[in-house]
Design a protein around this ligand. Structure first.
Ligand SMILES: Nc1ncnc2c1ncn2[C@@H]1O[C@H](COP(=O)(O)OP(=O)(O)O)[C@@H](O)[C@H]1O
Ligand SMILES: [Mg+2]
Length: 330
């Protein structure tokens, strides 16, 4: 995991999902007339395309909107404004299928269900396979994640943390989703198990052409896994590009701070701890101009204007940055 093998960008792959100026604002509290007291501006204009077969890393401090983005992708919430446009090869209308692997397999697996039921839960929900086939489907997917097929009647507590995360991955796989969201998939696991799980995810991606959105605080995990990286700050993407560009030549002052804080070599480090000096401002009232300017060491004339996510100067591969000091428009 400490090796910095950055995958090539699958730039030719077709776009399967486009997000267009997506905003998500939550009313918070209510006054005596039942009107919201305030609004949490969780997402503030997300423009993004997801390509089939890629791993898109999403990084940013706690509270920047990563989980809200995941919930939107899963269809659990509807955006306040803007749109998610799914693009399918076949023109037939169908609903999108996004599954998720959570950080903590301890709490994300129903302890009362034998694991064949855990694994096929999405199929039950979608009614997308006959009940009598569920056990076989579960055993088949389990074998792909390294869980023995004889264990299908066992319960989640009978497995180790790493095995439980394999079961969570099997559950995410069982319904052949369009996208799998990996929300800090290894941060609750022992160091020794983390690399095994990451390698399993990488193998499955190769053999099954999976599309991953990898949410992580851990820059070394993202460096190891991601083809592209989106850096989020206060509900916006501030930098987007190939993992090589974003992690090796960060353009946005926020990305630079986030990465400077991470030692170049050695153990995975939680970027949030170190990025504490850049603590996220509240999102009840959004700042004017560049959202980052109050904390930006490079703030100068022009930062009081709102910043758009624009192509980067002198970079051939698609790279975008929300900073007039680094973008073409600057
Ligand atoms: N259901 C909700 N109601 C009110 N505020 C919310 C809700 N969900 C998220 N938020 C707010 O949106 C912001 C982004 O949260 P979240 O997406 O969980 O960030 P992250 O996953 O990056 O830590 C936070 O300010 C959070 O308090
Ligand atoms: Mg979160």
């Amino acid at each position: 995991m400490s090796s910095t093998a950055i995958k090539a960008l699958p730039g030719e792959n077709p776009v399967i999902l486009g997000l267009n100026d997506v905003r998500m604002h939550f009313p918070v509290g209510s006054d005596w007339l039942g009107r919201p007291k305030a609004v949490a501006h969780a997402l503030n204009g997300i423009d993004l395309e997801v390509r089939a077969g890629e791993t898109l890393g999403v990084v940013g401090e706690s509270g920047c909107g990563k989980s809200t983005l995941a919930q939107l992708l899963m269809g659990l919430i509807k955006p306040t404004s803007g749109a998610l446009n799914w693009i399918y090869n076949n023109a037939r209308e169908r609903s999108s299928n996004v599954q998720i692997v959570f950080q903590d397999p301890q709490s994300s697996l129903d302890p009362r269900l034998p694991i064949w039921k855990v694994i096929t839960e999405p199929l039950f929900v979608q009614r997308s396979a006959p009940r009598r086939e569920m056990r076989d489907i579960a055993a088949n997917v389990a074998s792909q994640v390294g869980i023995r097929t004889e264990y299908m009647e066992r319960f989640p507590h009978q497995f180790s943390g790493g095995q439980r995360q394999r079961i969570a991955i099997a559950r995410a796989l069982s319904s052949n989703p369009d996208i799998i969201v990996l929300d800090e998939p290894t941060s609750a696991l022992d160091i020794s198990v983390q690399a095994q799980i990451l390698n399993l995810l990488a193998e499955l991606q190769r053999s099954r052409d999976l599309t991953y959105i990898l949410i992580s605080h851990n820059v070394s995990v993202v460096r190891h896994m991601a083809d592209r990286v989106a850096v989020m700050y206060l509900g916006q993407i501030v930098e987007l590009g190939s993992a090589a560009e974003v992690l090796e030549r960060p353009r946005h002052p926020y990305t630079q701070l986030l990465l400077e804080a991470v030692p170049r070599l050695g153990v995975p480090v939680d970027a949030t701890q170190i990025a504490a000096p850049t603590e996220l401002p509240g999102n009840r009232n959004l700042p004017t101009g560049c959202f980052f300017r109050d904390r930006c060491p490079k703030a100068t004339v022009g930062c009081d204007r709102a910043q758009a996510l624009l192509p980067v100067k002198n970079v051939e591969v698609e790279s975008k940055v929300r900073c007039h000091l680094a973008s073409i428009a600057g």
